[in-house]
Design a protein. Structure first.
Length: 177
């Protein structure tokens, strides 16, 4: 019964994410934007992860002065994006990896990066990484693999805000989203 219940919760989450993805992609669901003070907003998310992911070093960095960093964004959607990206960094990096959330103004936008010092993402996987149902062959640090919806949904949400989601190497090793 535990297995059936766990699988039904995963299936429910999958269906909810598929519906949300389709609504965003079709333009039926638009972001409900408001001005968000990013310091407190992101600190709460990072603190939650720091408490639950004690085997990783999760940190937060802002440029310039943190109290001046604000963005017009849908806060619920931003939270979903950050949780997904940080969760992926935790899932796909070994214990004691360093995960950082960095935010800085960039023109009329704010650049928010989630970086890790894990094994990185192979070049051949990057073209498909944001495709729905694609899951890299890179195994998660705990042996679990995702369903391949999280990054596709994140990209769709960010595109709906007029932004861009990219992936790059973190030198000397790791990944930057």
């Amino acid at each position: 019964l535990k297995t059936i219940y766990g699988n039904s919760l995963r299936l429910q989450k999958l269906i909810e994410e598929l519906i949300q993805f389709r609504k965003i992609e079709s333009g039926k669901e638009k972001p409900v934007v408001s001005q968000v003070e990013l310091v407190t907003f992101t600190q709460d998310i990072v603190e939650t992860f720091a408490q639950h992911a004690v085997e990783h070093d999760v940190n937060l960095e802002f440029l310039p002065e943190p109290e001046t960093l604000q963005a017009w964004i849908d806060p619920k959607k931003l939270e979903k994006i950050l949780i997904n990206l940080i969760s992926n960094a935790i899932k796909y990096t070994p214990e004691h990896s360093r995960i950082e959330l960095f935010a800085a103004p960039e023109g009329k936008f704010v650049r928010i990066c989630v970086t890790d010092d894990g094994p990185g993402i192979p070049e051949e996987s990057r073209d498909k990484l944001f495709d729905m149902f694609y899951s890299s062959r890179t195994n998660a640090a705990d042996g679990r693999r995702g369903m391949g919806l999280g990054l596709a949904l994140c990209k769709s949400i960010i595109n709906a805000h007029g932004g861009e989601l990219t992936v790059a190497d973190n030198k000397p090793q790791g990944t930057i989203f």
